[in-house]
Design a protein around this ligand. Structure first.
Ligand SMILES: Cc1cc2nc3c(=O)[nH]c(=O)nc-3n(C[C@H](O)[C@H](O)[C@H](O)COP(=O)(O)O)c2cc1C
Length: 150
């Protein structure tokens, strides 16, 4: 098998995992269950691999917590569609304004649910992406047989 030398193997697997997780979550919610997607499963992928006995050429991309919610939480404001939906061509006009608008919506949502916000949503997001927050992903992918060199 040579596809594991290419980042394409990670891309195709991630798309498939995301699609199947979304279907699982939609189905679970239709049955009255609650869900939480867990990207944090990639924080210590070596431990998850051990725990689940995952063989070579597999990797824990995404987890989903499923259960009966104890209550109904408020719906987090969704990002304006202008930030990610583009017709025919990528359109970067107004992106900054829309982000600033979303910052305001998030601030009011967080206040509503009683969470203290030290910095706004966009600054917090920028801070997260300034770091390789899950440094084990790359070496553990290699251990699992994914070279990612092409
Ligand atoms: C791809 C993805 C990964 C996520 N990973 C985590 C996670 O690791 N831990 C966690 O507590 N929530 C995680 N979440 C859940 C979000 O925190 C959750 O969606 C947020 O609380 C807002 O809830 P809502 O989108 O259902 O309104 C993730 C969400 C997505 C879409």
């Amino acid at each position: 098998m040579n596809i594991t030398e290419s980042v394409e193997s990670i891309m195709v697997a991630s798309v498939d995992a995301g699609l199947s997780a979304q279907n699982l979550m939609t189905a679970a919610e239709s049955l009255g269950l609650g869900i939480v997607p867990i990207g944090g499963i990639r924080k210590n992928p070596d431990e998850v691999i051990k725990l689940l006995g995952l063989p070579k050429y597999t990797f824990p991309i995404l987890g989903v917590g499923v259960g009966y919610p104890s209550g109904n939480s408020k719906i987090k404001p969704r990002m304006p569609k202008t930030l990610y939906r583009h017709d025919e061509k990528y359109n970067s006009e107004n992106i900054k304004e829309d982000i600033l608008e979303y910052d305001k919506e998030m601030a009011s949502y967080l206040e509503d649910i009683g969470r203290i916000q030290e910095i706004n949503w966009s600054s917090q997001t920028m801070n997260i992406y300034q770091n390789v927050y899950y440094p084990k992903v790359y070496p553990v992918l290699k251990d699992q047989g994914f070279e990612n060199c092409k």
